[in-house]
Design a protein around this ligand. Structure first.
Ligand code: AQP
Length: 329
């Protein structure tokens, strides 16, 4: 029996950050044992905002390294670069022709994104259409993404319904798979951690010293001015949320009590978090260094990945052209 197919992607817009790993990649890797997984490095998404041309190849390589260092087995899942399979953009063009501009303008993610860019390209407006095409070009039915992406998966389902209703049943409606990790907050306390927002993130390639410095500088409950001031963990926007991800419940209760009674200081609380975080990140960082020393191996994985899935994308496009009356003259 063939297994259900999964697609998800990450943009090569910078160095992978903790949120990408905890909110997306970890969950993606868990699915590999149970589903046929295709994971993309979605470079055509990354050019919808102004970007650094020189850094793009290394950013793409780094995302691939990130997936592999986090434990993705390229024999069990496909890792590929979006632009190596041009059918993604071909399908996106056709989806654009059945989507209203009004719909795209009202997606909540667009408003957030516009706050971070000076130039609003039509590529950025059409980004969710390309995302829909990325998923359904493989007729994937499950999409593991962070919780912040739910609106885009709902949008994909709407595009699929519109296409199927207009041209005949072609695509399954995909469901999002909420990975167990929560949204990782920005270190500034405002919004989520993002690899393109400086000051917001812990990069997976940060040295242990850099990670400690970032945690040490992160604001905690503002009422804890001195070591002896009691605090409230719920008023500690970043560190406490990270403890929810990393720290077992019993230990967390102990830390909360220590905070409320001023039995422990914020630095001690951060040291406990740092210890658990490094336990998780150290093996990943070791594998990262090894992979970074063998870039040709990583390039081979990507080449083989694209070659494996291109026939699926080509078959879908042949069916789409047929259904839309574009197959011949
Ligand atoms: N802070 C986060 N917490 C949990 N999950 C997150 N993801 C991103 N940030 C967090 C998830 O990571 C996957 C890859 O996302 P992407 O690179 O395609 O785009 P993004 O969501 O916009 O990620 P960034 O890091 O914020 O990139 P930039 O700065 O370029 O916009 C997605 O599944 C996302 O949910």
């Amino acid at each position: 029996m063939s297994r259900e197919r999964v697609f998800s992607g990450i943009q090569p817009t910078g160095t992978l950050q903790l949120g990408n790993y905890l909110g997306a990649i970890k969950g993606m890797i868990e699915l590999v044992e149970h589903y046929e997984c295709i994971y993309g490095i979605v470079d055509y998404h990354a050019v919808t905002v102004p970007y650094n041309v020189e850094k793009m190849p290394q950013n793409k390589l780094n995302v691939a390294i990130g997936y592999l260092a986090a434990g993705l087995d390229p024999q069990k899942a496909t890792l590929m670069v979006q632009s190596d399979v041009p059918e993604h953009t071909e399908l996106a063009w056709l989806f654009g022709c059945i989507t209203s501009v009004n719909k795209l303008e009202h997606l909540p993610t667009l408003k957030d994104k516009l706050e971070t860019v000076d130039f609003f390209s039509s590529g950025l407006l059409n980004y969710p259409i390309l995302q829909a095409a990325d998923i359904v070009i493989y007729k994937a039915t499950l999409v593991p993404v962070g919780r912040d992406q739910e609106a885009h998966i709902e949008f994909t389902r709407e595009v699929v319904r519109k296409f199927n209703n207009t041209f005949g049943q072609t695509f399954p409606e995909p469901a999002s798979y909420n990975t167990p990790g929560a949204i990782v907050p920005s270190l500034s306390g405002e919004g989520k951690m993002s690899k393109s927002v400086p000051g917001s993130y812990i990069a997976l390639t940060d040295t242990p010293e850099e990670i400690w410095q970032k945690l040490a500088q992160t604001l905690t409950d503002p009422r804890r001015v001195r070591r002896d001031d009691p605090g409230d963990p719920e008023a500690c926007p970043v560190i406490w949320q990270l403890h929810h991800i990393y720290t077992p419940e019993e230990k967390r209760a102990e830390l909360a009590e220590g905070c409320r009674t001023a039995g422990i200081g914020c630095l001690q609380c951060k040291r406990e978090l740092y210890r658990l975080m490094m336990e998780d990140l150290s093996p990943l960082q070791e594998r990262w260094r090894d992979l970074a020393a063998h870039p040709d191996y990583v390039r081979d994985v990507l080449r083989e990945g694209a070659a494996r899935v291109r026939p699926i994308a080509q078959a879908t496009m042949a069916e789409v052209r047929e259904k839309m009356g574009l197959a011949g003259v």
